[in-house]
Design a protein around this ligand. Structure first.
Ligand code: ZN
Length: 199
């Protein structure tokens, strides 16, 4: 037998439930199904770059004004997007540990470093520095940093269970190799075609 109490809403809870259902029925009938908010959101600047034309390089991704200070976000693009294999997470993790350690110890730049970390698409890294900077400004810093990563052959800083969330996921030889490739193919003799985003 079917329990009729539910269908006739005899209990207090069922009346409340039916009232809520009724409210939404009326709302959707007369107001229409609500459009998810994401459809009204603007595409963020980094999604408007033509990733098909984008070559490995050093680019200014965006500039943000925080109080009186400008924060420049750099796009350190290390592989050609949608064109060649992306980097694996282990070597990106090692580059992140070494790069962050290098930057936060750098005599000239350590107080300007806001953030250094991997892109979700695994084709490069973001570097955020305080100051209104051009991509050309940081070529010497990036050359120094990637030489440090290319030549690094010691214990990876912060790669312990205490200091890191996934400390075994590291690949130093590949980090060395990728740093060398970025130096040789991108940073040495870099021109505007790899310093300014393609139109
Ligand atoms: Zn880590």
């Amino acid at each position: 037998m079917t329990d009729k109490r539910f269908y006739y809403g005899e209990s207090y809870q069922n009346i409340t439930f039916l009232s809520i259902m009724f409210f939404f029925m009326i709302k959707y009938l007369f107001v229409g199904t609500p459009v998810p908010e994401r459809n009204n959101m603007e595409k963020i600047a980094s999604f408007t770059i033509d990733h098909i034309k984008l070559k490995p390089g050093v680019y200014v991704s965006r500039k943000d004004h925080v109080g009186s200070e400008v924060i420049t976000t750099f796009d350190l693009r290390m592989t050609s997007p949608n064109d060649e294999p992306v980097m694996n997470t282990a070597e990106m993790h090692t580059i992140e540990h070494l790069g962050a350690t290098f930057l936060r110890n750098h005599a000239q730049y350590k107080d300007r470093v806001v953030y250094f970390g991997p892109m979700g698409c695994r084709t490069g890294f973001y570097l955020l520095l305080a100051g209104d900077l051009t991509s050309r400004d940081i070529v010497p810093l990036m050359t120094e940093m990637f030489e440090f990563i290319r030549d690094y052959n010691d214990e990876i800083p912060g790669a312990t269970a205490h200091d890191c969330g996934n400390y075994l996921d590291q690949n130093l030889p590949m980090a060395n190799w990728l740093a060398n490739r970025y130096l040789e193919e991108v940073l040495k003799g870099i021109g505007d075609d790899r310093l300014i985003y393609p139109e």
